[in-house]
Every structure is written in C-alpha cells, then in structure tokens.
Write a protein that binds this ligand. Structure first.
Ligand code: ADP
Ligand code: NI
Length: 187
C-alpha cells in the first residue's frame, strides 16, 4: 500500500478503537495529538509518516481503556515496511507516563514528539476537562481527581523533551495550576 492509503486505514482503525472511550480519551484526543505532533515535527528531522502513524496508534493498546486491539496485527494488515513497523512497536510502550516517565537516551525523535504532544494534551484547559472526564467516567469525586493533578499533571512540564513543547507548556501549566488552586479553595 502507498503511504496515503496506509494513513487512511490507520485513521479508520484508530477511530474504531476509540469509539467507546470516555471524552478524555476519545478520537478527538487522538486527532489533537496528531495535529500537534505534526506541527512539532516541522522543526525537526523527523519522519512525518512515522509521526502520524504513532499519533494515531498511541492509545490503541492502552489496557486501561480496552484490551482487544493489536497494533502489530494492524501494521501487518497494511503491509507497512518492516523497519517502520519495528520502530513503531519499539516506541509505543515508552509513551506511558506511569510506566516510563523518562524516555531512554537516544530515543527516536518521532517518539519524543509523540510523547510531548500526548503530555501537552494532558495540561491546560483540555487537560482539566480530560481529567474530570476520566474521573467522572470512573466515578471518582473531585478531590480524588485533584490527586491525579498532584501525582502527574502538575509535574508534567518537567517531562517534556523539545524546546517548542516547553514553550507551549508555559501557558498551559499556569492555567492548570491556577485552576487547581482555585478548585481547592472553593471545595
Ligand atoms: P499514561 O497512559 O501516559 O500512563 P494515562 O492514560 O493514565 O497516562 O493518562 C492520560 C490522561 O487520562 C491523563 O492525562 C488524565 O487526563 C486522564 N487520567 C488518567 N488517570 C487519571 C486519574 N486517576 N484521574 C483523572 N484523570 C486521569
Ligand atoms: Ni494519549
């Protein structure tokens, strides 16, 4: 298959994998990560085909969401180049913040881009909305969701890799912190 066809198939696959997810992890999250990742990729010598596939596939095997989809089976079905497949399969597990907050040395640029784009979507106003969507879907009260802010969201900017990401994070982190402090006061 040509690249454009593979991307289209991947788009459809990722869309169908995310169809039952709560709004914090729905296909809009995948598309925001893809759009931001492709924008970040403009400034680096990254393979945009790999970046786009990674963005679309990055939550497919998140077992917190579901456990019935396989990236490897999908990539075989579209006959993607073996080196590209291996690169994607290598990168994907490292995109979990809870398992790997810091990435290995010499991690491929495409992986750094997706990691940053995914983390940037967890802060700012969207980050707030996503956290409460996830919390609500799991019947957590507001204080429990604020714990997630303390454990992860409020320190996420220390786990970004690219200068442009750190720049984007400044405004989003300020918003997140202000929201957190205000909610604590009001609660
Ligand atoms: P990762 O897969 O990188 O370990 P998660 O999938 O756990 O990260 O987190 C992705 C997003 O899901 C978080 O940024 C947050 O918006 C939401 N989320 C995950 N766990 C929680 C939680 N315990 N409370 C609120 N939101 C959560
Ligand atoms: Ni994600």
């Amino acid at each position: 298959m040509v690249k454009e066809e593979i991307i289209n198939k991947c788009y459809e696959f990722a869309q169908s994998c995310s169809k039952d997810n709560e709004p914090g992890h729905d296909f809009h999250h995948i598309l925001r990560v893809r759009n931001l990742a492709l924008k970040l990729a403009n400034n680096y010598e990254a393979d945009k085909f790999v970046v786009e596939l990674l963005a679309l596939l990055h939550d497919v095997e998140d077992h917190k969401l579901h456990s019935r989809y396989s990236v490897s089976t999908f990539l075989n079905s579209v006959d993607v180049d073996k080196n590209i497949k291996n690169k994607i399969i290598y990168i994907l597990p490292f995109l979990s913040f809870s398992k790997y907050p810091t990435l290995p040395k010499d991690f491929p640029i495409e992986g750094k881009i997706i990691s940053d784009a995914d983390r940037l979507d967890a802060i700012g106003a969207v980050g707030v909305a996503r956290a409460f969507s996830y919390g609500g879907a799991n019947k957590r009260d507001f204080k429990e969701t604020l714990k997630h802010f303390e454990e992860k969201l409020l320190v996420l900017d220390q786990y970004l890799y690219l200068d442009e990401s750190k720049e984007i994070a400044l405004k989003r982190m300020k918003y997140l912190k202000d929201f957190y402090n205000e909610l604590l006061v009001e609660l």
